[in-house]
Design a protein around this ligand. Sequence first.
Ligand SMILES: [Fe+2]
Length: 471
Amino acid sequence: MAHAFPDHPFLNGNYGPVRMEAEAPDLEIIGDMPTNLNGMLYRNGPNPAYAPRKDYHWFLGDGMIHGFEFNDGKVNYRNKWVRTEKFKVERQHGEALLSTDFNDLGERDQRAGNTGLNAANTSIIYHGDKLLALEEVNPPVELDPDTLETIGPWHFGGKYSGPMTAHPRVDPKTGEMVFFAYFGGFPGEPKVGLHWVNSAGALTRSEIIDVPYCAMIHDFLITENYIVLPIFPATIDMNRISKGGAFVAWDPSHHTHVAVIPREGNINGNIRWFEADPCYVYHPLNAYETGDGKIICDMMQYPDAALFDENGGNTNALEATESRLTRWTLDLNANTGDFAQTQLSDFSGDFPRIDDRVTGLNNDHGFFATKSLKDQEGGPFDTILHRDFITGTDHKWVAPAGQFVAEPVFVPDDADAAEGDGYLLSPVFLKDENRTDLVVLRARDVAAGPIARAKLPTRVPYGFHGNWRQF
Ligand SMILES: [Fe+2]
């Protein structure tokens, strides 16, 4: 018999897990669901199958995939846990066997044996005809793209069995996927792996680079010619860990470092480093080259590592932190490692997305989740924001009171549509009804509000990231 879940901020309300897998065909639709949305929206997020052994960190709950299949105005829904080895051994014994506490990550029940701590809970991407559930310190887990059933860890045809970031970047012109792994050596070693995967899903190149210190590097950027790898001081310090300290902790004694790495050719001796005061960015929006030797990076920048304090704890809830969309200008012609930082928007938010067809290119539009109704409790974000970079203006849809949005995923009207001509898809939690709608907005007219909602009979817990697979 499973234990009851404890009272914990990341296990309550819509952070709490749903304890079932289900199919809900042909969801009730409010409004007019566009008939040119034909594909599948996948979302991933933590959904712990069992009550934690001790403390719980949001980043360590078992991944659950939510799939919304759009077909000519109809929407079907299904959800499934990712069957990691951790999930399977805990299901076998009916309780949590591995730690979900960053301050005591090694603690485990002996029945878990050597089972790895793979949550597979952060993002999901369809690339090279494979659907991959992603986290950041383990290999991706391949899933059946229709049923969401787990196939197993994906090792790129035996070429690479190491970890992969949850945020690979795909070049829209070539389909090439570039990813990194912040454990490029053993955990704590200041080495980062870089990997190139062609449009067919084949790993074509791997490199290891030296970095100033080992850190939790959550995301990065590509441009047409460069990889931009930012390193922020959410450190993984084996000296601290060996003394009983946290696995990941905010350590502002270190600076922010940014590597600009050529995507083609020899990288040895060709990495350009920039440096700035400590800050943290979970999610950049995009980067691009200006043509005169500069790289623009638009970053959702926090003053510190939200969700990790100096002791590695859970105390910095997302609601308590403020980030700002901030433009970095990296000048490859400058003689200095300094770079300019300019705040672009007054709104605090996260989960920035673009029209993925302009990844690494000069983008006119950006989208992210933010909060407008300051006093309402129940979720971190209640507003979808559209940043128009042409006019420098922000446009918002503020969800009705008691409704909370998530990362807006962009889907174009068709392959040839202009940038930003398409839809934003976001799950919206309705607190009073304790369930979720999948909401559809026109991306360039978010202020008009949803054009359609697909009504789920259940909840999609607050999670992290989603992506679209076009049929
Ligand atoms: Fe992320």
